[in-house]
Design a binder for this molecule. Structure first.
Ligand code: HEC
Length: 204
């Protein structure tokens, strides 16, 4: 299930950097080689970021699932774009008391639990609805502190902040570089909803 994601991101990168690659191939002079040195390092950083995003399972929650022939599969036309804005979720089902605690949508992008309902964020570089206007520092601060942009509201479960805060600076920089290199997708993700109890007590 994960292999197609990796392959598609590889293809994306190939198409993204096809122009740079052919420039490298066509420029024999030393000055041209100097000019290509930085992009090559940038490509390496982006590839490392893709590796970390794929192995860190970001797509499991941030790429919506769609129903395929042999079960749910990632909808690669929506790579890492978060909970689809057109998918309006009905109220979360009330679970019986007992060991079941969390429910998720068929897309794996909306989650209801004791914290309320959370929707996975759009991680693509769209300027209006994704991370297009974020800086690498804002991204790193978010992942480290578990707060939006490093100082805003608390980022809710199931975003695995307790695991990801251990990424080092180089890792986070590479992840951000990859996320900025994938196709931007316009998809406005809803703000989280408070827990049912909190919502009704807020109304009182
Ligand atoms: C188990 C599911 C899950 C996984 C895996 C996951 N996320 Fe998330 N992520 C979420 C949810 C849900 C939210 C929204 C939480 C909220 O609204 O408070 C979120 C929010 C975020 C945000 C905050 C966006 C903002 O506007 O503040 C960033 C950044 C992010 N995720 C990046 C990542 C990256 C990078 C990875 C992989 C290294 C990843 N996520 C893996 C579920 C997940």
């Amino acid at each position: 299930m994960h292999r197609p994601v990796a392959m598609t991101s590889a293809l994306l990168l190939f198409s993204l950097f096809a122009a740079g690659g052919s420039a490298i191939a066509q420029t024999p002079s030393a000055s041209a080689a100097d000019r290509t040195a930085k992009p090559a390092a940038e490509v390496e950083k982006i590839l490392r970021g893709r590796y970390l995003v794929d192995s860190g399972a970001c797509g499991d929650c941030h790429t919506p699932l769609k129903m395929g022939k042999s079960g749910p599969e990632p909808d690669l036309s929506r790579l890492l774009s978060g909970h689809p804005q057109g998918l309006v979720m009905p109220p979360a089902p009330t679970l019986p008391a007992g060991p079941w605690l969390v429910v998720s949508s068929a897309t794996n992008t909306a989650w209801a639990g004791p914290w309320g309902v959370s929707f996975t964020a759009n991680l693509t570089p769209d300027g209006a609805t994704g991370l297009g206007r974020w800086t690498a520092k804002q991204f790193a601060d978010t992942m480290r502190t578990g707060k939006h942009l490093g100082f805003g509201r608390e980022i809710l479960p199931p975003m695995p902040i307790p695991a990801y805060k251990h990424f080092n600076d180089t890792d986070l920089d590479a992840i951000f570089a990859y996320l900025q290199a994938i196709p931007p997708i316009k998809n406005r993700v809803l703000a989280p909803l408070p827990p049912a109890g909190a919502a009704s007590s807020a109304k009182k």
